[in-house]
Design a protein around this ligand. Sequence first.
Ligand code: CO
Length: 134
Amino acid sequence: MIGRLNHVAIAVPDLKAAADLYRNTLNAKVSEEVDQPEHGVTTVFIELPNTKIELLGVFGDKSPIASFLERNPGGGIHHICYEVDDIVAARDKLVADGVRVLGEGEPKIGAHGKPVLFLHPKDFAGTLVELEQA
Ligand code: CO
């Protein structure tokens, strides 16, 4: 079921500083900042040859990463995203195996315009996992 690693997401307190770090220190290909009001984050994507890094900054008052940054003021790895061919079939199998899906349990359109779901970190080896329809 599990496919490619789509991205690793890193929540950061200062998005511009983090983007500059990747751009100038690692010579990475770094996108512009994109506000995602419906997700409460501003994103910067870093394209690597085999995957992407998603830098997440706070957008608005109800950002889902605000509490994470309170616990991790310097930033840190927030989630990892795996691709699946059929997100509804993947969800149904995971739920049948006792894994909790966050929110309403229905896929939502994520930052790349594709359906995504998040799995409860307590059911997944302490890691917040995003599944994205490939
Ligand atoms: Co993500």
